[in-house]
Ligand binder design. Structure first.
Ligand SMILES: [Cu+2]
Length: 71
């Protein structure tokens, strides 16, 4: 079980969160997704190691962008 957090840019409302959440839940092995619209923070829990590239692809598929990691 692993949980990773990312920041999504461009979400504005519950529909955005729903779209991003649905995309993330469709990733194989994902067991739990939390999306906070205001901060853009997402948490992805999975029963395997999910690559950042997979999360990025799902977020972009939903029409949003993953923020670059903070230095
Ligand atoms: Cu929205």
């Amino acid at each position: 079980m692993s949980t990773r957090a990312f920041t999504v840019e461009g979400m504005a409302c519950g529909h955005c969160a729903e779209a991003v959440g649905a995309g993330l839940r469709a990733i194989a092995g994902v067991t739990r997704v939390a999306v906070d619209v205001d901060s853009g923070r997402i948490e992805v829990s999975a029963d395997r190691e999910v690559a950042a590239a997979e999360v990025r692809a799902a977020v972009e598929e939903a029409g949003y962008a993953l923020a670059e990691p903070q230095p």
